[in-house]
Ligand binder design. Sequence first.
Ligand code: GCU
Length: 434
Amino acid sequence: MLRVPFVALCAMFLGVTAARSFEPNYDEAKIPQYQLPDTLASSDGASITSSQQWESVGRPATLKLFQDHVYGVSPDPVQQNVTVQGKVVSRKDDALGGRAIRRDIDVTVTHNNASLTMQMLVYTPASSQGPVPTFLGLNFQGNHSVDPDPAIRIPDSWMRNRNNGTTDGNRAIEAGRGVAADRWPIETIVGRGYGLATIYYGDIDPDQDDGFQNGIHGLFADWNASADPQTRWGSIAGWAFGLSRALDFLETDAQVDARNVIVIGHSRLGKTALWAGATDPRFAMVISNDSGCGGAALSRRAFGETVGRINQSFPHWFNDRFQDYNENESALPVDQHQLLALIAPRPLCVASATEDRWADPHGEFLSCVHASPVYRLYGVSGIGLASDSVDMPSPEQPLQYGHISYHLRIGKHDLAEYDWLRYLDFADKHLMKR
Ligand code: GCU
């Protein structure tokens, strides 16, 4: 029998409990002192003063910092000869009681003779005369979860076992039909003249630490092997890559106005929507719903979920180098306001919920404030408050003055109809008028 000294046993026990007993900070007074990186400082210390300078110097440098230290580097689809093809598998011209055209489409991404198929569900208004601005968002529980319609396909890719009767082991089943319909008010969306395209996120990459074996990561095995292990793409980058390939297809689709595709995501998929919007300027508008740590919330505040905590729970979401910043956020060369700045001058919505302290609503709002100087380089305002006030707005008093919209919904961590109505209003203001 192996004898372990009593002291060592105690140390092991304490180590385990220390790792498990993370106590989030929810006290503004206990936020560490921090200084945010200056969005407008270039690497030689000079200040960026024009949108041209931002695009030639500041933006590429900032994007590279996020690739190298946070989300990871993804393969370049052009260099890697990636092709994308769509095939309509089914179509219903009188879906939702005649209000919408519903199509179920296979979008196949091919690289080196291997391929991955994402099932995309697309709704467009039945009454539309031409291509319509369209929301594109990943869903958590399968396309069949967004509407009870029995014709919608059930995904066959890996799904987290939800242990609530909607999955059988790691597979989606019939009982999951319509369970996420509250998050996808399709009738409202098409009623306002927009399309909605959605894909189950596990069709792109399974949400587990599988060492680059499956999903979109697995499709690029050769590329992964040659990439720097510290900086290659995590799952968020993988899901964002899938969103861009979905947009490649939508660019060929006659019913969708591909110049006006709005990428939307909730929670981890909100982090993904932000990274997709930052890396792919073709997304005309970007929506982060309750994205929190690694999304819109400032990392340096370490309020609610922290970098150390997210890397412990979800090590596969980011690149390996991001681990260097566990309990060490101030060493990060970037903070999340700069992620929002990468979206400028495009319209951007950031939303929080009052009960979602884990995602740090105040930190999400402050990111909007500190991203605003980059918007101003383009002659538009960001959050649009006088002298970038840092006072938290009241719940359900949306700020939609400039090109960044912020609102704080009353309630829990969720994507609710209230949120959608704000996004539709903002899209009306910025996209419908084009
Ligand atoms: C966890 C995680 C968050 C994430 C959320 C989600 O709560 O800690 O970072 O946003 O899951 O995606 O549902």
